[in-house]
Design a protein around this ligand. Structure first.
Ligand code: DNO
Length: 360
């Protein structure tokens, strides 16, 4: 397992590469180019510059999160082929810089969604939360506004202003897109890019829908084990893989995360593991918590044990953290709680490895 840490770049992150370098066991960053509009090709020189920054700080750069998929591809619009061709060129450029895994998602319009970016917890920290009751009362536009107002001045990944500017128009375009059509458009996209992935050795790792249920009437197709199975079977390729995000899938108590890790890990379909905890608060409601099992509803020991048992040797990262110790950062992506998360996951991993070695 290779422990990584998401970094938003020099201009856009309160966390520095030298801080990341000092987190025990973290060997690489998960990065992206944030200035390139969705659908355009990432320039090789800019990718190489990001890689150099990471390498100069003693960190690798082998995972990208995300190369976002243009809405026209998800909609199956006539213009999609141009964007798919750009995506293929982007994969080639990333491969030239040594990138091995690209995380992406296929969520219509919105990426991940929360109703509260700073819900106070009893210990004085704050965490991101989702309440179905609150979301039901909001319009998409109102929610987007609320996110922009409460994100400590940072642009949240997936909530970039250019994506949200044309919200109403895009929502209308989705009126004729149901689950089947969306899945068909994903298949079309995967069929077109897999040959390039196989040629370059880059794995595409789809991120689950977060939260894993339909929102504002928009279809969702990456919500549970059945969905994941349909996707990996959609195009048979070693490069058609998953980002198994425990917190996204895990916010539906019906998703058994250790079982999903075993099911898809055994098939070598997990290229990237996002490991974090959530606490259920009621029907379709949860808040994020510290990574420790006892702080949330998921058993992180069982999750890491499942990764061990399937011989997982891919990339892992701690995921959203709470805001603690007075830190001001992009919600979910401060330094402190994610660093605690990485240390905890490394601790679980060491204990599991030693215990298993002792058994043999
Ligand atoms: C949120 C992230 C997502 C994720 C994308 C992948 O913090 O987990 O924004 O990066 O869905 O495309």
């Amino acid at each position: 397992m290779k422990m990584t840490f998401r970094w938003f770049g020099e201009k856009d992150d309160s966390v520095t590469l030298s801080q990341i370098r000092q987190i025990p066991g973290v060997s690489g960053i998960v990065g992206a180019l944030y200035d390139v509009p969705v659908g355009e090709v990432w320039p090789l020189d800019e990718i190489l510059a990001l890689k150099k920054q990471a390498n100069d700080a003693g960190l690798s750069f082998e995972v990208v999160e995300s190369v976002n998929v243009h809405e026209d591809i998800k909609l199956g619009a006539p213009t999609r082929d141009r964007y798919i061709e750009n995506y293929r060129r982007c994969i080639r450029n990333l491969a030239k810089a040594g990138v091995k895994v690209i995380c992406y998602n296929f969520m219509p319009v919105f990426d991940w969604l929360r109703s509260d970016l700073a819900m106070p917890l009893p210990d004085g920290s704050t965490a991101m939360a989702y309440s179905n009751e609150t979301v039901k009362k909001l319009t998409p536009a109102k929610l987007a506004e609320q996110v922009a107002d409460t994100s400590n001045g940072f642009v949240l990944p997936g909530w970039e202003p250019d994506r949200l500017a044309e919200l109403r128009g895009v929502l209308e375009q989705y009126q004729n897109i149901d689950r089947e059509k969306l899945a068909e458009n994903l298949r079309y996209f995967l069929e077109a890019i897999m040959p390039v992935c196989e040629e370059t050795g880059v794995k595409m790792a789809i991120h689950p829908d977060d939260p894993p249920w339909p929102l504002f009437g928009l279809p969702r197709i990456v919500c549970n084990g059945e969905d994941l199975e349909a996707i990996v079977d959609m195009v048979d390729s070693p490069c058609n893989c998953l980002t198994l995000c425990s917190g996204s899938l895990g916010s539906n108590p019906e998703n058994d995360i250790p079982a999903l890790v075993r099911r898809f890990g055994a098939r070598k379909k997990i290229a990237f593991a996002h490991v974090r905890n959530v606490k259920f608060c009621g029907e379709r409601s949860f808040h994020e918590s510290a990574h420790l099992s006892s702080c949330g509803s998921l058993d992180l020991y069982e999750i890491m044990k499942a990764y061990y048992d399937v011989g997982f040797d891919g990339y892992v990262r701690p995921d959203h953290g709470r805001m603690i110790w007075g830190e001001k950062a992009r919600p979910g992506y401060g330094l402190y709680d994610r660093a605690l998360g990485a240390a905890y996951l490394n601790g679980l991993w060491e204990a599991i490895c030693k215990e298993e070695a002792g058994r043999r």
